[in-house]
Ligand binder design. Structure first.
Ligand SMILES: NC(=O)c1ccc[n+]([C@@H]2O[C@H](COP(=O)([O-])OP(=O)(O)OC[C@H]3O[C@@H](n4cnc5c(N)ncnc54)[C@H](O)[C@@H]3O)[C@@H](O)[C@H]2O)c1
Length: 350
C-alpha cells in the first residue's frame, strides 16, 4: 500500500514531535512543509529530508502530491486552515484545541463532510501508550464498572516562553483551552459517555494575562457518572499529569509525563502494569489517522468528538462566569477572533 503523503503546516515547536513520529511509520511520509519563515522551513527540510517547503498554507494545499495535512499552529487559525484544506480535498489532522468557538467547530465538521475527507483532532493524550493500556484495562471489565475519575494537568505555565496568542483568550489561549482540553478529553474517554452538564471555576490566579491559568470542572455525564478535570498553570510547583479512575473492584492511575506509569490498585496495594511503549508520543496518533484514511473509517478523535470536547470546555467557561451548572448545548459564549488571518508577524503573534 502506498504511504500517506503528508504536508505539515506550521513549524513552531510541536511540529517536531509530528515529524519524529511519522519518521517511525512506514505508512506515512512528510512530503512538504509550510511556514511563514524561511529559516523554519529550512530547519525542518534539512533535519527530516523533506523535499518541498512553502511559505504559506495556500501554496502547500495546491500541491497534488499531498494527501493529508497537519494543521499545527495558533488556535485562532485552526478553523480557517482546516476549512481551506478540506476544500482542497486534503484529509486533516488539526492540533488541539479544535477551534475557539463552537460555530467554528461546526463549520470544520461540515467542510470535512462536504469534501469527503477525514477530520481528526490531535488530542494526543488519547494515543499515549499509557492511556491506551489504561483504557484496555477499563474496557476489559477486570476492575468492574467505573465509579468516578479525576484528570489532572498541573504544570509550570512558562509565562515568559509562551507566545502572546497563547496568553490571550480572544485568540483561544489560556490554560483551559490549551491544556484543559487534554484533561477533559481523557476524562470523557474514560467515562465512556457524552457530558450532560458542567460546573466550573476558572480564573487567572497566578499571572497577569488576558486569559485564565487555572480551572477546576465538575462534569456530569449522560450515563449518570461524574468526574473532575483540573488544569492549572502555576508559576512554581511540581507537575502532575495523572488520571485516576476509581472502579467498583479496583482503581487505576496512569500518567505519561514525568514518571511514566500505569498502576492498578487492588487489595490495598498499587501494582505497576507493564505496557508496550511506542517509540514516540505521537506514534499511535499518526498510526490511527493513517488507518482511518486507508480503511475509510472515522478516526478515534474525529471532528464530532473534538467538537463535543470543546462544547464541554465552553460550557465550563460559561459556568464559571455565571456561577451556575451549565447544561451542555445551552450557554453564553466568549467573543473570539473569527478570521483566519495571523494578527501580525511582527510581534510573535502568529
Ligand atoms: N498535542 C500536544 O501535546 C501539543 C503540544 C504543544 C502544542 N500543541 C498545539 O500545536 C499547535 C501549534 O503550537 P506550536 O507552539 O508548535 O506553534 P507556534 O504557534 O509556536 O508556531 C506556529 C507556526 O505557524 C506558522 N504559520 C502561521 N500562519 C501560517 C500560515 N498561514 N501558513 C504557514 N505557516 C504559518 C508560524 O510562522 C509559526 O512558525 C497549537 O494548536 C498548540 O496548542 C499541541
Amino acid at each position: 500500500m502506498a504511504a500517506l503523503k503528508v504536508g505539515i503546516i506550521g513549524l513552531g515547536g510541536i511540529a517536531r514531535s509530528h515529524c519524529d513520529s511519522i519518521a517511525h511509520l512506514d505508512q506515512v511520509e512528510v512530503v512538504a512543509v509550510a511556514d511563514l519563515f524561511e529559516e523554519k522551513r529550512r530547519e525542518y527540510m534539512d533535519k527530516y529530508h523533506i523535499p518541498k517547503g512553502y511559505s504559506t498554507h495556500h501554496e502547500l494545499l495546491e500541491d497534488a502530491d499531498v494527501d493529508a495535512v497537519a494543521v499545527v499552529l495558533g488556535h485562532q487559525l485552526h478553523h480557517q486552515l482546516t476549512i481551506d484544506a478540506c476544500r482542497a480535498g486534503k484529509h486533516v489532522l488539526v492540533e488541539k484545541p479544535m477551534a475557539i468557538s463552537l460555530e467554528q467547530c461546526d463549520a470544520m465538521v461540515a467542510a470535512a463532510a462536504e469534501n469527503n475527507v477525514k477530520l481528526m483532532v490531535g488530542l494526543s493524550q488519547h494515543f499515549y501508550s499509557t492511556s491506551l493500556k489504561a483504557k484496555e484495562i477499563l474496557d476489559s471489565g477486570q476492575l468492574g464498572p467505573v465509579i468516578t475519575a479525576v484528570s489532572y494537568m498541573s504544570k509550570n505555565w512558562n509565562f515568559a516562553g509562551r507566545r502572546p496568542q497563547y496568553r490571550s483568550r480572544f485568540h483561544g489561549g489560556g490554560m483551559w483551552l490549551t491544556n484543559g482540553v487534554h484533561v477533559v478529553d481523557r476524562l470523557t474517554w474514560v467515562m465512556a459517555s457524552q457530558a450532560a452538564s458542567v460546573s466550573a471555576s476558572i480564573g487567572t490566579r497566578a499571572h497577569y494575562q488576558a486569559s485564565d491559568d487555572s480551572a477546576t470542572a465538575f462534569i456530569r455525564y449522560k450515563n449518570g457518572l461524574a468526574g473532575t478535570a483540573v488544569a492549572v498553570g502555576y508559576t512554581d510547583g511540581a507537575p502532575n499529569f495523572e488520571c485516576q479512575v476509581i472502579c467498583a473492584n479496583g482503581s487505576l492511575r496512569f500518567s505519561q509525563h514525568g514518571e511514566k506509569y500505569v498502576k492498578v490498585g487492588q487489595g490495598d496495594t498499587w501494582e505497576d502494569v507493564p505496557f508496550e511503549d511506542a517509540p514516540t508520543e505521537m506514534y499511535h496518533e499518526w498510526e490511527s489517522f493513517a488507518e482511518a484514511i486507508a480503511l475509510n473509517i472515522e478516526p478515534p478523535t474525529h471532528g464530532q468528538y473534538g467538537r463535543h470536547i470543546m462544547e464541554i470546555l465552553f460550557a465550563a467557561e460559561a459556568s464559571s462566569l455565571t456561577r451556575r451548572e451549565v447544561k451542555i448545548g445551552r450557554r453564553p459564549h466568549w467573543q473570539t477572533q473569527t478570521s483566519g488571518a495571523p494578527v501580525t508577524t511582527q510581534h510573535g503573534w502568529i
